[in-house]
Write a protein that binds this ligand. Structure first.
Ligand code: G3I
Length: 361
């Protein structure tokens, strides 16, 4: 009699533990949002690998912290990540000497734990600079030293864990002249070469990139970019050029510029790799099925363009879900720029991009 009561109690106890674990798991999902359903077909990482192209995405720190579905897709689909904002100077040192690494560490740890590469973005830029620098009150010599110290300190912290750095970002204006900024106003164009020299010294094993917006086609901006790259290359200071590739369907460029392949080829001929670093295709809201189909065509076309240039090593999308895209805030009335919708469901662009990546591979 007592033996079967004991057995009954054991079974009841085991059942209770299972029920409790199930309740906790669903509570966590409810708290943090739904887990992603597996996306269809081969992963983007696998599709890119078919033609030796690394596929990456910008990573939103809040989503990385709070959304299990986002983390699931991030870990499954991508072979390289770029912290969207966490490594910018205003995030790392909002007040002089007050360093805050937590968000950047979170992204690097997430990637390192999963053998995902990291692209450090960005050491020197005219935007998202902390106020104590942006106010322009530092004397030129001190500003230069502050820049050199920031580069060294940041790169040394992630030495061996961040393989590629956007050393300078968006330093050339649309007119092909040096972009006015707190850096160029005080230091002229020498800040570019000083930044790369400091970066090379801080981590000789890192790949150093110059990243640019709107330089995808042949024109005054990319002409100047090519001259800068050749000077950096002559000093052994640059390894890669990043073409951000923020496209849309109605602006200029509408979709992939006709001269983008030839443009990337001339940089490759100068002895550097090329990368697509911030790809998205923004649509006028509400996005129609026809716009989504056109968007899919642009994603496929860029994949095909990168495949056609042997030194095009990676394509990074600037966010992989519309839920965390920068577009709506920066361009009111526009959005739907990424591969997955707000609910992490694939849009036509996801399969079109994946298919184009692995074609011929
Ligand atoms: O961190 C503050 C937060 O404390 C505050 O409460 C909140 C209030 O709105 O703002 C937060 O800062 C925001 C920051 O992203 C971090 O989330 C800024 O307002 C917002 O303007 C900023 O936007 C970023 C933008 O760069 C700034 O220019 C976008 O997320 C980011 O996707 C975008 O990325 C850049 C690349 O780095 C370089 N190429 C162009 C690309 C688009 O501008």
């Amino acid at each position: 009699m007592r033996r079967w009561i004991r057995r009954l109690l054991v079974v009841a106890g085991v059942l209770f533990v299972f029920v409790l674990l199930g309740a906790l798991a669903s509570h966590r999902d409810n708290l943090e949002g739904p887990s992603a359903k597996p996306l269809p077909g081969p992963t983007l990482r696998a599709s890119g690998k078919a033609n030796d192209i690394l596929i990456g995405t910008a990573v939103d720190d809040g989503a990385l912290r709070n959304e299990p579905g986002y983390r699931t897709d991030l870990a499954a689909q991508f072979s390289v990540i770029t912290p969207e904002n966490a490594m910018k100077w205003d995030a790392l040192e909002p007040e002089r000497g007050k360093l805050q690494w937590a968000a950047a560490d979170r992204a690097v740890d997430f990637a390192s734990d999963r053998r995902i590469a990291v692209r450090g973005h960005t050491l020197v830029w005219h935007s998202q600079v902390p106020a104590w620098i942006a106010d322009g009150k530092l004397p030129a010599a001190e500003l230069r030293q502050v820049m050199l110290d920031h580069i060294s300190r940041t790169m040394r912290r992630y030495k061996g864990r961040v393989k590629t750095w956007d050393v300078v970002n968006e330093v050339i204006g649309d007119d092909g002249k040096l972009r006015p900024s707190v850096w160029s106003d005080a230091l002229g164009s020498t800040f570019i070469f000083d930044a790369f020299a400091a970066a090379r010294k801080a981590d000789p094993d890192a790949r150093l990139a110059i990243n640019e917006i709107g330089g995808e086609s042949i024109g005054p901006k990319s002409d100047t970019l090519l001259r800068v790259v050749k000077r950096l290359k002559a000093r052994g200071l640059v390894d890669e050029v990043g073409f951000q590739s923020h496209f849309n369907l109605d602006g200029d460029p509408a979709g992939v510029p006709d001269t983008m392949k030839a443009n990337m080829e001339r940089f490759a001929a100068a002895g550097v790799d090329v990368a697509i670093t911030e790809f998205d295709v923004s649509l006028k809201e509400p996005a129609s099925d026809d716009q989504l189909a056109q968007q899919a065509g642009v994603y496929a076309e860029l994949a095909t363009t990168c495949r056609a240039v042997p030194r095009c090593r990676s394509i990074t999308v600037w966010g992989f879900t519309d839920r965390h895209s920068w577009i709506p805030e920066s361009s009111p009335g526009y959005g739907s720029a990424t591969l997955l919708d707000d609910e992490l469901k694939p849009k036509p662009a996801f399969l079109a991009f994946s298919r184009a990546l692995r074609a011929g591979g």
